[in-house]
Ligand binder design. Sequence first.
Ligand code: SAM
Length: 278
Amino acid sequence: MNNDAMIEYWNGAAGQKWVDQSDRLDAMLGQFADGVLDAAAIQTGERALDIGCGAGVLTLGATAQSGGSIGSLGVDVSTPLLALARKRAAEAESPATFEHGDASVYTADDKLDLMISRFGVMFFDDPAAAFANIRAQIRTGGRMAFMCWQALPLNDWAFAPFQAALPLLREAPPSPDPTAPGPFAFADKDRVAGILTEAGWQNSSIEPFETEITLPGDDVETSARFMLQLGPLSRLIAEQDLDPQTILNAVIDKLSEHAETDGRIKMKSACWLVQANA
Ligand SMILES: C[S@@+](CC[C@H](N)C(=O)[O-])C[C@H]1O[C@@H](n2cnc3c(N)ncnc32)[C@H](O)[C@@H]1O
């Protein structure tokens, strides 16, 4: 199993951008942390293992849900995001802890009650082996609840900026392998069910969690700039030596179609809420 490319990615510019934009990202993605915590229904004294915890919002939420005296544990490969997670825990005087580790091989000192994640489990080279290792960290009778994205075209908030830029690219980007590690690698629910079964998880349920996302920014241009910075477009602009302003204008035009009367952009999103027993 080799997750080196993703580990490098999350320790490079991508990890730093997630740190820089963490407050906006957490505002944008808050409902998905709430969705995981509602499903997880963490009981007093339970400890959760948050896979791909990033800047730690879900780990902190899990710790609060379990009563706030026993810390849940966040594991991530990204040094800059973990630094922010630890800072947030210290500021909140939370006992949540954070460890640097590749979740596909990470071993916890003690077994935990459940595994949770918000968009942190789609980056494994060998997902079945990774999920088997994660299951081994959870006590017998324990459980999991995580959120992952459905297919890109069902997620208007991510797809629309990409569509706006497509006609302006010098060459069409290669069709991605839908199972390659990345945000949309778990789009196929049958594949996810197969991965969990192969990894030994039982009674899996994979339910749609479909809502609207409000993009960060009080106006269309701010939202468009945000999507250009964090989405796949920034890489395409660099790779194909495109004029960023031209792409930005196209994205602004496209997002304007979704502007509310207050100027904010609200768009469709589609996730899977995945649950199973260890
Ligand atoms: C899309 S971000 C989500 C972060 C966080 N869960 C949140 O919702 O804000 C994906 C996270 O998965 C982490 N990640 C990727 N591969 C990983 C691996 N093999 N083991 C642990 N974490 C990983 C990344 O470093 C990144 O923090």
